[in-house]
Write a protein that binds this ligand. Structure first.
Ligand code: GLA
Length: 707
C-alpha cells in the first residue's frame, strides 16, 4: 500500500499523490520535513450516511462515473456511447521531481496520460493527454486538470478587465457551489485572465495561505473553484471547446494546456515570487541573456503618418535620450494609411518608403540601437488586396455574415495556403531586413471561428503557436512581443515563444499602477512592457508629471511611447533622467524578489524588489488618490536581512516643497529624506520608516543598500 503514495518535494511545498488503484492528489501544502508514506493512511475518509455506500475519491481525472457529482474532469462520448469513463492506473514512473501516470478505461477505449512536475521554485505543473484507443472517434466535450485544495481555502481571488483596463483583481468568499471563469473570445483575453487564487480567510500580500493556478493557454478557457456538498474543494482548469470542435481519431492524443500551480504559506508575495522564479528558470529565454533594452515605440507619436526622414529624426532624438531599441509601429505596409485597410498585405508601402526600409534600419543601427517592427499576421481587412484575391481565406462559418472588429477579420490558419503565405511573408520581412524585434499584435476576438464548416478556435491558437515557433526557429536572434490591443494575450504558453508583453494600450500612469500590479501576481517585471507616454495620456486624457510617469514605467521593461521631437526641454530631460535611472536599476529590478506591501491606507500602493542576496532593494511608493489620513504612516520593508545594516535614501521624488516654499501638504519633511538614514534590516521590517505626505498621483522611489 505504501508504494501507492508518491511525493514530489520542493523547498516551499510538497505534493503527495496516491496512484493505486487510481490517481488522487491527497496533499498539496507546506514542505514536509518528516514525510512517511505510512502516514497517508490517516487521510482515508469515512463513508457518510445518505450517500453512496463507498468512498468517492476526488481523482486526477475527476470522473463523474465514480460518483463525484461535481464538475467532471472529462466529458465526451463516442456517438452517444462510452460517455462515462472511469480510469484505473496502469503504470507509474517517478523520475526525481516528475511523475508520469498512465491510466486506462478499457470499457470506454480511452487512455489518460498524466504528467506532473514540481520545479525547484515550488511551481507544480500538471497536464493530461487523452488517447482514443478505438476506431470510431471519441468526441471530447471537456478535458480538465483538477487540483484539490485544503478546505481552509475559503476565499477566491480572480481578475476581471477590459481593453485599457487589464488585470483588475476581485474577491469572493466561497462556501458553496462554484466560482467560474469562462472565456470564449479566442485569445487569452483582457476580460478573463486564466488564473484563480484560493486562500485562507483574509489572505493578503504578506499573510495567509494561498493556492494560485494559471492555465498556460492563449485561447478559450474555463477555470473553476468548486466546493462540493461534502466540503471538499478544488480548482479546475481547461481549454474550452466549442460544440463539435474536438473529435479524437483512433490513436490520437489530445493534450490539455499546462496548469501551473503554486502554494504559499506567506501570502500572495510568496506565490508570485515562486511563479517569477519559475518563469525566469524555465520559461523565458532572452537571446544572449542581455539586459532589457529601453524602447521607443512610434505608435502614439506618429500613428499612421510614416515619413522615413522624420522617423530617422525621431530615432536620432531617441538615441540622445538613451533609447536602445527603436520600433516602428503600424503603418509601414502597402496601403496602411488608417486602421480600415491593408491588413494582410505584408509588402512595404513604397509610396511611404520609396528607398525601402533599409536606410531607416541602417540609420537606427548607426546610432547604436536595435530595430523593431510591428506586424499583425493573423488578420485581414475586407479592404485589402489579400481579401480581394482570396475571400475564402477568412476564418468563418459559411452562410453567415460575420461582424468585423476594428474593421478586420481573422485569417483561417488551419488552411495550409494561409499558413504558408504568412510564413513566406514574415520570412521575407525578418529574413531580408536586419530586424531584431517584432511587436506581434492581434486586435480582434474570434466569432464563429470556422474551418470547412466546423468550429476551429482551438486549432487557430495551435497554428498561431506553430507559426511563431517556426519563426523563432528560423530567426533565433529575434525577440517577439505579444500584444493584443494591449494585454489581450498574456499567458505562460505564449511566453515560451515571446520575450515581452504589451501590458496595456493605456499609458496613463495612474491606471498603469493598478494594471502592472495586477500583472505582477503572475509575471516578473522584465516581461512587462511599461512605457512613458505623452503628458496628456491618449487613453484617458489625464495629465501626469514626468516623475509619476517615469517611476511607474521604471517597474517594468521600460520604454517611451511618443514623438520625442515634439517634447519640450523639461519633458526631454525627464525622459533622459528616467531612462538613466532604469539602466542603473534594471539588473536588480529584473532579477530580484518582488514584493507588494500591505498598507493600511488603500490610496497608497507600495511595491519593491529586493536582490536575491538581500544586499540592495528599491521600493516605489505610489499615492494613487487623496490620502485617507493626514500622516502617511510608516513603511515596513519586507525581504531584507534582519541582522544587516542598510543605508536608506530617496532615489527619486517629485518636486516636494514644504509649506511656505510653494508646498501645501507638509510643514516639514521626515528628516531622513534630507540625508538618508542607516537602519537595521530588522528595524526596517518591524518598525519602518516614516513616509512623507504625498499629493495624489505622485510617487517616490526609496533605495536601500547594505552597508
Ligand atoms: C494595437 C496595439 C497598439 C498599436 C496599434 C496599432 O491597438 O495594442 O499598441 O500597436 O494596435 O494599430
Amino acid at each position: 500500500m505504501d508504494n501507492a503514495f508518491h511525493r514530489l518535494t520542493s523547498e516551499h511545498c510538497d505534493l503527495v499523490i496516491r496512484t493505486q488503484p487510481f490517481a488522487e492528489i491527497v496533499y498539496f501544502g507546506p514542505h514536509l520535513q518528516h514525510f512517511s508514506a505510512q502516514d497517508c493512511q490517516s487521510l482515508l475518509r469515512p463513508v457518510a450516511n445518505g450517500k453512496l455506500d463507498v468512498d468517492a475519491p476526488l481523482t486526477l481525472a475527476a470522473e463523474l462515473g465514480r460518483g463525484l457529482f461535481g464538475s467532471p474532469g472529462i466529458e465526451g462520448h463516442r456517438n452517444g456511447l462510452d460517455a462515462s469513463p472511469v480510469f484505473s492506473t496502469r503504470q507509474v514512473e517517478q523520475n526525481g521531481h516528475s511523475l508520469l501516470i498512465t491510466s486506462e478505461d478499457t470499457q470506454a477505449g480511452l487512455r489518460l496520460i498524466s504528467e506532473i512536475q514540481l520545479s525547484g521554485s515550488g511551481v507544480l505543473q500538471i497536464r493530461h493527454g487523452l488517447r482514443n484507443l478505438r476506431a470510431e472517434p471519441w468526441q471530447v466535450d471537456r478535458l480538465a486538470v483538477t487540483l484539490p485544495v485544503a478546505d481552509r481555502a475559503r476565499e477566491v481571488m480572480a481578475f476581471h478587465g477590459r481593453w485599457i483596463r487589464e488585470f483588475q483583481p476581485h474577491r469572493v468568499t466561497l462556501d458553496h457551489d462554484s466560482f467560474v471563469i469562462e472565456n470564449r473570445r479566442g485569445r487569452t483575453s483582457h476580460e478573463h485572465f486564466p488564473a484563480l487564487i484560493a486562500g485562507s480567510h483574509g489572505f493578503s500580500e504578506q499573510q495567509g495561505e494561498v493556492w494560485g493556478v494559471h492555465l498556460g493557454w492563449s485561447g478559450n478557457h474555463r477555470l473553476r473553484c468548486e466546493v462540493k456538498t461534502d466540503g471538499r474543494r478544488y480548482l479546475q482548469a481547461e481549454a474550452l471547446y466549442l460544440a463539435g470542435e474536438m473529435a479524437l481519431a483512433e490513436g490520437a492524443t489530445l493534450w490539455t494546456p499546462w496548469l501551473y500551480a503554486s502554494y504559499s504559506a506567506s501570502g500572495l508575495n510568496g506565490m508570485s515570487q515562486q511563479f517569477h522564479r519559475f518563469l525566469r528558470d524555465e520559461i523565458v529565454r532572452f537571446p544572449d541573456n542581455k539586459a532589457r533594452p529601453v524602447h521607443l515605440n512610434t505608435w502614439e507619436g506618429i500613428y499612421f503618418q510614416h515619413d522615413p526622414d522624420y522617423i530617422m529624426q525621431m530615432a536620432s532624438r531617441a538615441a540622445e535620450l538613451g533609447v536602445e531599441r527603436f520600433i516602428i509601429d503600424d503603418g509601414w505596409f502597402r496601403g496602411r494609411h488608417h486602421d480600415r485597410a491593408a491588413l494582410g498585405d505584408w509588402y512595404l508601402d513604397t509610396t511611404k518608403y520609396p528607398n525601402g526600409l533599409t536606410p531607416v534600419i541602417d540609420h537606427v543601427k548607426s546610432l547604436g540601437m536595435e530595430f523593431g517592427i510591428w506586424v499583425e499576421p493573423e488578420m485581414i481587412n475586407p479592404d485589402s488586396d489579400l481579401f480581394r484575391a482570396h475571400p475564402d481565406w477568412v476564418l468563418k462559418l459559411p452562410g453567415y455574415e460575420q461582424a468585423t472588429m476594428r474593421y478586420q477579420w481573422l485569417l483561417d490558419l488551419s488552411n495550409p495556403q494561409v499558413y504558408d503565405y504568412l510564413l513566406e511573408r514574415m520570412s521575407w520581412l525578418l529574413g531580408e531586413h536586419a530586424i531584431d524585434y517584432v511587436k506581434w499584435d492581434m486586435n480582434r476576438e474570434l466569432v464563429q471561428a470556422g474551418h470547412e464548416g466546423k468550429a476551429a478556435a482551438d486549432a487557430q491558437t495551435r497554428h498561431y503557436y506553430r507559426l511563431l515557433d517556426e519563426l523563432n526557429r528560423r530567426y533565433p536572434h529575434i525577440e517577439f512581443e505579444s500584444c493584443a490591443s494591449g494585454g489581450g494575450r498574456i499567458d505562460y504558453e505564449v511566453l515560451k515563444r515571446c520575450h515581452r508583453f504589451w501590458a496595456s494600450d493605456n499609458n496613463d500612469a495612474l491606471e498603469r499602477n493598478t494594471i502592472q500590479r495586477g500583472m505582477s501576481y503572475f509575471f516578473p517585471l522584465e516581461v512587462m512592457g511599461a512605457h512613458i507616454g505623452n503628458r496628456h495620456c491618449h487613453a484617458t486624457f489625464r495629465q501626469h508629471s514626468i516623475e509619476f510617469r517615469g517611476l511607474t514605467a521604471l517597474f517594468g521593461h521600460m520604454g517611451i511611447e511618443l514623438d520625442p521631437i515634439k517634447a519640450d526641454a523639461a519633458e526631454g530631460s525627464g525622459y533622459q533622467r528616467y531612462v538613466q535611472l532604469y539602466k542603473q536599476w534594471r539588473p536588480l529590478l529584473h532579477s530580484g524578489d518582488f514584493w507588494r506591501v500591505d498598507m493600511p491606507d488603500s490610496t497608497m500602493q507600495v511595491q519593491g524588489v529586493v536582490s536575491r542576496d538581500k544586499a540592495a532593494a528599491l521600493f516605489l511608493v505610489s499615492q494613487l488618490a487623496m490620502p485617507d489620513y493626514s500622516l502617511a504612516g510608516n513603511l515596513r520593508f519586507p525581504g531584507l536581512e534582519p541582522g544587516a545594516r542598510y543605508q536608506v535614501s530617496i532615489a527619486d521624488h517629485p518636486d516636494i516643497q514644504v509649506v511656505g516654499k510653494g508646498g501645501h501638504t507638509m510643514r516639514q519633511l521626515p528628516p531622513w529624506m534630507n540625508e538618508g538614514i542607516e537602519l537595521s534590516g530588522e528595524w526596517l521590517a518591524q518598525a519602518g520608516l516614516a513616509l512623507p505626505v504625498l499629493d495624489p498621483e505622485s510617487a517616490i522611489l526609496i533605495s536601500v543598500k547594505r552597508i
